[in-house]
Design a protein around this ligand. Structure first.
Ligand SMILES: [Zn+2]
Length: 248
């Protein structure tokens, strides 16, 4: 399986030291990831450092763009204010799912405008907490974004006029299959063992740049695939809840 990399929660006060360490592992092998940029972060959970000058952050993002990294709109404020999991319920909270179309359109337009104002081109949407619903898809199409990094499967697929680029649900169990997937990295919370795992994956497996993943031909997905994906996401969420209950 070819593995593309996405890095979530790119925001001004993220842990830049950890991010740079993960980036170095990728850069050494010429791998360009997808970055999920939060346009106007108001989620204090993402803040690990002091606030930099605004222009410092946007210059850093533009440099990533120049290096060939693909940039995704990662919500608007990254604040969860509904208790909905939407159409891919890995979580039961959202910045979008459950809100009206108008409200979602307003947030998405605002986020996209901020990125554009700073010279950032967005090709994809990365839903905070993976949660989105029909109105999110409708609003995304309205602002000209038709690609999403989410879903399960072994290839990009088309559904509802959007192209979905699936993410891994259990990478080590999937990677002997043919096709493509995405390794999701939250560098803010990466520990030593996570960096070691990343090193292992990029040195032993076929890891590709995200732009190569975007060139893979999408397949049409039916309702059957979406139902399977919905139940897979639900099962994964429940398993995570059980495990975290045990380790508490
Ligand atoms: Zn996030």
């Amino acid at each position: 399986m070819k593995i593309a990399i996405r890095m979530d929660d790119i925001s001004p006060q993220m842990d830049h030291v950890k991010w740079e360490r993960a980036e170095r592992i990728l850069m050494e092998r010429g791998i360009a990831p997808l970055l999920g940029v939060v346009p106007d972060n108001r989620d204090s959970n993402l803040n690990r450092e002091d606030k930099p000058e605004e222009e410092v952050f946007w210059t850093f993002i533009r440099e990533c763009q120049e290096k060939g990294y693909v940039l995704a709109l990662h919500g608007c404020h990254h604040v969860y204010d509904t208790d909905q999991g939407g159409m891919f319920p890995l979580n039961t909270f959202s910045e979008f799912a459950g809100h009206s179309y108008e409200k979602q359109l307003e947030r998405l337009s605002h986020g996209k405008e901020i990125l554009e104002k700073h010279g950032i081109r967005t090709e994809l949407f990365m839903a905070p907490a993976h949660s989105y619903d029909k109105n999110t898809l409708k609003a995304l199409k309205r602002i000209g974004i038709t690609k999403l990094t989410d879903g399960f499967g072994t290839r990009p697929y088309e559904y509802c006029g959007m192209t979905f680029y699936p993410i891994a649900h259990h990478l080590e169990k999937q990677w002997d299959k043919p096709g493509y997937t995405t390794l999701v990295l939250h560098t803010n919370t990466m520990e030593e063992k996570d960096f070691e795992r990343l090193e292992r994956i990029v040195s032993r497996r076929e890891v590709i740049s995200y732009s190569e993943y975007l060139q893979a031909e999408p397949q049409k997905a039916g309702v059957g695939h979406r139902l399977w994906e919905y139940w897979m996401a639900t099962a994964k969420r429940v398993l995570v809840q059980i495990r975290s209950g045990r380790s508490r």
